[in-house]
Design a protein around this ligand. Structure first.
Ligand code: C2E
Ligand code: MG
Ligand code: MG
Ligand code: MG
Length: 295
């Protein structure tokens, strides 16, 4: 049986194999009803311009709160969904919900973009991602230029035949493609050479020791230089300290994301975060669902 630890995450490694299997099957069964039972919701984390301090985009991150099990992290349930056809339904749901939120936010914040994580799995020839997205953009009367898809290298590895064509179709609609967790895969540079990528999201592991580990800083500096020379955007993930931010700024990184500015928050807390004076008030002590009034 899965054990609750640290408040909101489940760890499987403490259990026997048969326990792990039955937990997985249980989660899989619960996950099938999660959308219908309204157990899923999105949280949003700002993507901030390093020079101006402006929030330019939001990354939508999926959350699952089961009535008995509590919060189950995406690191646990996304892989389960990927092994079934559940991932298609989840991706559709996330795209639909996040574009609906974006449409509302555009009433006050016209420039905002939405970034959505897209799994490598769950593309069928009969219902391709590019077509699904173009229907949603039409439904919400949104230009594709406000949408970025975050994919990992696995996306290209597992959709080799289709990914080039699909990406071309997506980019024709103005949609941007970001490589997530950049630097952690094996052949990122090959994809950079061959595919039209718009953004590199530099993995949190490089940001983490930026101020203490000169090798990490060297790698970060190199990635930013590659991005700049290819004229593509780069975002540093997992920025938690002012020192890291200053380093990134001196390297010429465009945007950052991380607990320093804000943890991912529920939609009702977004307006406070999007106010221009928020950055003076930002702190690291707020919880994931914290808002300014909680500070
Ligand atoms: P990711 O796309 O690389 O998302 C970044 C993760 O880092 C998020 O964890 C976020 O909460 C966390 N994070 C952000 N800033 C900081 C920071 O300053 N410090 C630290 N320590 N962590 C930070 P989360 O939300 O648990 O998501 C984990 C992964 O699950 C995501 O990695 C993504 O691969 C996947 N995921 C989340 N939502 C979705 C979704 O809707 N669809 C798909 N396919 N995958 C998703
Ligand atoms: Mg992401
Ligand atoms: Mg990432
Ligand atoms: Mg990551």
């Amino acid at each position: 049986e899965a054990k609750k630890q640290g408040g909101n995450s489940y760890f499987f490694y403490q259990n026997t194999l048969s326990e792990q299997i039955s937990t997985r099957l249980t989660l899989e069964n619960y996950l099938k009803d999660a959308i219908a039972n309204q157990e899923l919701y999105l949280v949003f984390q700002p993507q901030v311009n390093i020079i101006t301090g402006q929030v330019e985009g939001l990354e939508a991150l999926l959350r699952w709160e089961h009535p008995i099990l509590g919060n189950i992290t995406p690191a646990t349930f996304i892989p389960i969904a990927e092994e079934n056809h559940l991932i298609e339904e989840l991706t559709n749901w996330v795209l639909q919900q996040s574009l609906q939120v974006l449409k509302k936010l555009h009433q006050h914040y016209h420039h905002l973009c939405m970034a959505v994580n897209v799994s490598a799995r769950g593309f069928t020839a009969s219902d391709p991602l590019d077509r699904r997205i173009s229907h949603l953009l039409t439904e919400y009367e949104l230009s594709g230029c406000y949408l970025a898809l975050e994919v990992t290298e696995r996306f290209f590895m597992e959709n080799t035949a289709r990914s080039a064509e699909m990406m071309a179709n997506l980019r024709k609609q103005g949609i941007r493609i970001a490589i997530d967790d950049f630097g952690t895969g094996f052949s990122s540079l090959t994809y950079l050479a061959d595919l039209p990528i718009d953004t590199l999201k530099i993995d949190r592991s490089f940001t983490k020791d930026l101020d203490t580990d000169s090798r990490k800083k060297g790698i970060m500096s190199g990635i930013v230089a590659i991005a700049r020379s290819l004229k593509i955007q780069c975002i540093a993930e997992g920025v938690e300290s002012q020192t890291q931010l200053i380093q990134l700024s001196s390297l010429g990184c465009h945007q950052y994301q991380g607990f320093l500015f804000s943890k991912p928050v529920k939609v009702e807390h977004l307006p406070a975060i999007l106010e221009p004076d928020y950055r003076q008030l930002r702190g690291t002590e707020a919880g994931e669902h914290g808002s300014r009034k909680d500070r």
